[in-house]
Design a protein around this ligand. Sequence first.
Ligand SMILES: Cc1cc2c(cc1C)N(C[C@H](O)[C@H](O)[C@H](O)COP(=O)(O)O)c1[nH]c(=O)[nH]c(=O)c1N2
Length: 297
Amino acid sequence: MPQHMTASVGDGFDQSARDAVYRAMFTRRDVRSHFLPTALDDEVLARLLLAAHHAPSVGFMQPWNFIVIRDAERREKVRDLFLAAREQELPAIAEERQALYRKLKLEGICESALNICITCDRQRSKGSPLGRWHNPEMDLYSTVCAVQNFWLAARAEGVGVGWVSIIEAQALKSLLSIPEHVTPVAYLCVGHVSEFAPKPDLEAHGWGRRLPLPELIMSETFCGQGEALLKSTVTRLNGVDAAPATTADQRVAPAVPQREPPKEASALSFSSPNFEDASASRASQAGSGTWPSMVLK
Ligand SMILES: Cc1cc2c(cc1C)N(C[C@H](O)[C@H](O)[C@H](O)COP(=O)(O)O)c1[nH]c(=O)[nH]c(=O)c1N2
């Protein structure tokens, strides 16, 4: 831990510190359009990288590396990879959404102050796969934890981050001379911004909206019913009218098992286009969460 950050004792942060943590989480945005042509101070970047480097990792493997990309020509080449990948991705998008897809701004590679590619060295703890013997992909998940630390720290510093995954990995690897056993996990556009939008870009443009959290909470087993009180509390914190626990549970919980039989259920099934129900629009009316703004008071 950097020296100026002392470890606090007791069972939690004080209220203002807690507020700050939640504020970073709830106001973090994926930034594509609002980058400023201002340089990013190395002091700030160093803090972000330190935050990333303090992420949890399987077996304390720390499989990450951080490739800092400043060169304009190289970034143009990455942008070309993005443009090519976007054309390849387009046919996989439902036809009625393709026009909207084309209009979306999905990267800020050249406009941001710099880019960072966060990679995962899959051989870093070769021979000692603590925590990875049964689940070898845990090193990739660890790297994603580093990405999230970086992203949240950036938000706290007023720095925008945009993740670009519409890039063919092998092409990116050759462009950045990444060895075969290293996986590029995240390509990030990083820099000062004119604003952090109140909502995700994809929500603002009608591409998607935040799913109602109570419908994602299960009890004991996948699709297990229950946790009425918890769901009602979540609903209340999110700014939707508080209802008696049982009513809230009846409103939201049955939607999951009725739509997908348990054997086929997966997290992805909830984002099906059929998921256009009353509770989703309730959540949408409530915006992307009222609780964060309560926290900010
Ligand atoms: C793994 C991964 C990969 C991508 C993203 C995110 C993550 C986690 N996101 C950003 C994504 O669209 C965004 O997080 C959601 O729309 C929610 O918005 P906020 O992040 O809350 O602003 C993203 N955005 C974008 O414009 N182009 C991209 O290629 C990607 N790729």
